[in-house]
Ligand binder design. Structure first.
Ligand code: SF4
Length: 133
């Protein structure tokens, strides 16, 4: 299998640190990685390295078949009652002119237009805290 060859190459890479090689070996041996391993991957693992490990796991489970979905969110409004400190999305009721509110007809029109363009699997309707709709 091609991904085994990719991990073999990683394991032979003289530039790769010992801890990353140990993790690659675990992945190749289908062992679960630890929290400490995850931290090492976060701190030292390049995107290529992580991608190679992830592709190995994917191919070992699904062969050459790749599954994915395309979806879209319909957010009926961005007018929210709350002021969560991390939120850059909400427009408070008092800033209503900066926000949007879709009607049910608006939402159905968005769905129709997206169904024409996509093989639609999911519609995620996100509803925020809004007591005046
Ligand atoms: S939209 Fe969600 S995250 Fe943002 S202020 Fe409202 S409740 Fe908080």
């Amino acid at each position: 299998m091609a991904s085994n060859q990719d991990i073999d190459l990683l394991l032979k890479d003289k530039m790769l640190s010992g801890d990353l090689k140990e993790i690659a070996q675990k992945v190749m041996d289908t062992q679960r990685i630890s929290n400490e391993d995850a931290l090492v991957l976060f701190e030292k693992g390049s995107l290529d390295f992580l991608g190679t490990l992830a592709n190995h796991v994917r191919e070992s489970k699904h062969g050459d078949t790749t599954y994915f979905n395309r979806n879209f969110h319909i957010e009926p409004t961005n007018i929210c009652l709350y002021t969560c400190s991390f939120c850059s999305y909400s427009r408070l009721i008092k800033k209503r002119e900066e926000g949007w509110e879709y009607t049910m007809d608006d939402i159905m029109e968005i769905v129709r237009s997206m169904m024409i363009n996509l093989l639609l699997k999911f519609i995620l309707l996100v509803v925020y805290c809004h007591n005046t709709m």
